[in-house]
Write a protein that binds this ligand. Sequence first.
Ligand SMILES: Cc1cc2nc3c(=O)[nH]c(=O)nc-3n(C[C@H](O)[C@H](O)[C@H](O)COP(=O)(O)O)c2cc1C
Length: 310
Amino acid sequence: MRVILAPMEGVADAPMRALLTGVGGYDLVISEFIRVVDQLLPEKVFYRLCAELANESKTLSGTPVRLQLLGQHPQWMAENAIRAIELGSLGVDLNFGCPAPMVNRSNGGAAMLKQPETIYKVVKAVREAVDEKFPVSAKIRLGWDDKSRCVEIAQAIEAAGATELTVHARTKEEGYKPPAHWLYIQKIKSSVAMPVIANGEVWSREDYLKCQQVSQCDDVMIGRGALAVPNLAHVIKGDQAKMPWAKVLQLLLQYSEYEIVSEKEKYYPARIKQWLKFIAKQYSQADELFVQVRVLKKTPDILTLLKAQV
Ligand SMILES: Cc1cc2nc3c(=O)[nH]c(=O)nc-3n(C[C@H](O)[C@H](O)[C@H](O)COP(=O)(O)O)c2cc1C
């Protein structure tokens, strides 16, 4: 079984990826998406969204990172995929599930689920452009507003030569509303030969076991659950209990300290607050802390408060 850390734009940034894979249990990480429209993007964009490229595409603790691209133009996706590989990415992942209105208005992300033939063309162009020794994977939702074409979409991705497929078991319209429809992952898995990775609403080992049973997939990708319980990968693998609150606090401190080092004062307080909100889903102590942290504007003040809790 593999546990993969999900791409989460604006949340699972490189410092967060370093922190979570440092806790361990992850076999692979997918980066936040890089939006491709109609040009070959400059190298700095790749480094900004996937800083691990400068470290042989691995997090500090050595977990491999695969860069994710999002776009609807086959040729530009192929050109940017080549650049990703040249810069050292260990493969390319293609995002066909993003629900952001800006992305969807220009026919990217989840909007592509309405056109399996365009998805096919994008995957094929990227697969043909990238040396076969590097994986080209895809990530989908079950559809735009209904699930009737999910098998067709997966089969198009396979026919185009994708190495593997992650299925977030909801339509775009379903957003993040529970439940995730794991049975549809099983329908997809039984219709294709490539490896399928299950994704959606796995917050505990119990969830994983249920998801595994229903989807028939051993491999799982975890997103919000990984933020809420920082050692969830180990918990899922059955080799650790849920991390105690004191340890979570230490990680919050570490993440906040990074910000001081990186001097991104204005930017990161929002990210610390955001992370704390996810943690509050699984730790009641985080709820109380969030009330105090939310009014603070500067990271040093947040740090002082966090240190006082330890
Ligand atoms: C804040 C946020 C940002 C996300 N950004 C991306 C992204 O950049 N690329 C992508 O393929 N999916 C993205 N997703 C979707 C997740 O990768 C994942 O499919 C989804 O959260 C369901 O998994 P979960 O229930 O384990 O969180 C994002 C999700 C969240 C909550």
